[in-house]
Design a protein around this ligand. Structure first.
Ligand code: NOJ
Length: 529
């Protein structure tokens, strides 16, 4: 541990982005002290603040079903899974999913069983606006969300809404989707409709979930709808319009809807990246990977200078020239746009799952030319002794959540942060005894306590996920739920896993008790919640 701490201190001197090191070193030392006197009693001294917001998260396409119910329009996942079913591992789709469209009361009952403070979910744009445009509102879709929200509020559960979690109306995709320069206007129009409809009761808003997955995976590769595969062009163009759309939605909300207590942010997929060695090449590679992963979407909003990150822009400009493009594949912003986006946030949302070691010389792979990966040309590696989940990309990397939180604290002047997702996948065969998920959550929650101790401005934590759901290209083969869902059963019965009981106990006691074992697997609602 001390070794890692020293390594970080060294890196900090050459890379100011790693200034978090100082904090990190202290934390590691603290952890060391805890470990020396390690026992459950010592750990139990640390309590989450009473106003720390605990919740779970889901997303519309992954849970709702009702894909064409009551006037809902087609979205890009409906379209892709119906026209191209083999792209999904088990050839499934979200037509019914966990059928939350019909089971919303049970969903809220589960939230009550767990004792949640908050619930993060997303709106299906085409359920509210079937054609994508704001000229035609689908009342039945609006009614569904009103029911969902009101049911939560009835039991004191705070709704946190994501406006966009990957299910773009197909009609907008037909016009280019995020690659159309008018996209920011379409998103603003949609935002106005939903702020107007739900803003009286909903005070926590997230514009976009995981921009990298939207832009890089959806437009630059074939790993997410709309599988456009516009390598080296799609991600950058999408990034420009996505951050502009975020800023439009944010400013609209603050100006016309937020009042004194409404807040609006954006959520990033924050994989922890750390140089494989102390070499200069690995340090540069790590910085480039961070910029391509999330910096391109966060710098325009959170950095002091605004605009796209410099090193990535330089690389893309240079490569574009070498490749014979008459202008850079990295689009530009006007000065007004840069100013408009800079500071357009109330909080930084973090979806965190895993980490990798990054190298500029090792583990390099062939990539299409041009492509974002060819542009940055880095190799990644996850040690084999890190415990592995069911998802190929998901390993438990040591203290990675803490490291991410400290990095963002340093890099962006300690903004308000929410962990908007964190979780672990298992396979159905594993059943309800998900001890590996329990181990993962306990380690993550210890990191949350470490971060709070270190002064990170962290206000809440949402576990992914309340229940099993459609895991995108992996279909139903990977399960992230605290509750198991029986997708063979028309009723889509939900049954709590062991991790549900463990999470509930953390929320009830506000401490992480590593020795706690649920006395039974029978779930009840604690009165008073
Ligand atoms: C992040 C995404 O937001 C969510 O939709 C997905 O299911 C989880 N990661 C797990 O892969």
């Amino acid at each position: 541990m001390l070794h890692i701490s020293q390594k970080f201190k060294d890196m900090c001197e050459v890379n100011p982005h790693l200034a978090s090191v100082v904090d990190y070193g202290l934390i590691i030392l603290n952890l060391g002290v805890l470990a020396i006197g390690s026992n459950a009693f010592t750990r139990q001294q640390r309590k989450f603040p009473e106003d720390f917001m605990f919740g779970t998260a889901t997303a519309s396409y992954q849970i709702e079903g009702g894909w064409d119910a009551d006037g809902k329009g087609e979205n890009i996942w409906d379209h892709m899974t119906h026209t191209n079913p083999t792209v999904i591992k088990d050839q499934s789709n979200g037509d019914i999913a966990a059928d939350s469209y019909n089971n919303y009361k049970r969903d809220v009952e589960m939230m009550r069983e767990l004792g949640l403070d908050a619930y993060r979910f997303s709106l299906s744009w085409s359920r509210i606006l079937p054609d994508g445009f704001a000229n035609r509102i689908n009342d039945a879709g609006v009614q569904f969300y009103n029911n969902y929200i009101n049911e939560m509020l009835k039991y004191g559960i705070t709704p946190m809404i994501t406006l966009y979690h990957w299910d773009l109306p197909q009609k907008l995709q037909d016009l280019g989707g995020f690659l159309n320069p008018l996209f920011p206007e379409w998103f603003e129009d949609y935002s106005r409709v939903v702020f107007d409809l739900f803003g009286d009761r909903v005070k926590y808003w997230i514009t976009f979930n995981e921009p990298r997955e939207v832009c890089y995976q959806g437009y630059d590769t074939v790993t997410m709808a709309p599988i456009l595969n516009a390598t080296g062009i799609g991600a950058y163009l999408c990034a420009k319009h996505l951050v502009l759309a975020h800023a439009r939605s944010y400013h609209l909300y603050k100006k016309e809807f937020a009042g004194d207590d409404g807040i609006c942010g954006i959520t990033y997929a924050m994989t922890w990246t750390e140089p494989l060695t102390d070499s200069k090449e690995d340090e540069i590679a790590t910085e480039l990977m961070r910029q391509a992963d999330w910096g391109i979407y966060s710098e325009p909003i959170f950095s002091e200078n605004g605009g796209f990150p410099k090193e990535l822009t330089d690389v893309v400009n240079q490569k574009s020239k070498e490749q014979g493009f008459s202008r850079s594949r990295m689009p530009e912003f006007t000065k007004e746009e840069i100013e408009f986006m800079r500071g357009a946030y109330d909080f930084f949302g973090i979806n965190h799952y895993t980490g990798v070691l990054v190298s500029g010389t090792e583990y390099l792979q062939e990539h299409p030319v041009p492509s974002m990966h060819d542009d940055i040309n880095v190799g990644t590696f996850a040690p084999s002794d890190w415990p592995a989940a069911a998802s190929s990309w998901l390993k438990q990397s040591p203290d990675s959540l803490l490291k991410i939180l400290l990095l963002i604290k340093e890099k962006y002047n300690n903004p308000v942060m929410y962990i908007t997702e964190n979780g672990w996948s298992t396979r159905l065969e594993q059943g309800l005894e998900d001890d590996d998920r329990v181990r993962y959550y306990r380690a993550a929650l210890e990191n949350v306590l470490d971060a709070l101790d270190a002064g990170v401005n962290l206000k809440g934590y949402m576990a992914w996920s309340l229940m099993d759901n459609f895991e995108w290209m992996q279909g139903y083969t990977e399960r992230f739920g605290l509750y198991e869902v029986d997708f063979e059963d028309p009723a889509r019965t939900r049954t709590p896993r062991k991790s549900a009981f463990i999470y509930k106990e953390v929320l009830r006691t506000r401490v992480v008790d590593h020795d706690y074992e649920p006395p039974s697997m029978i779930m009840t609602i604690d009165e008073g919640k």
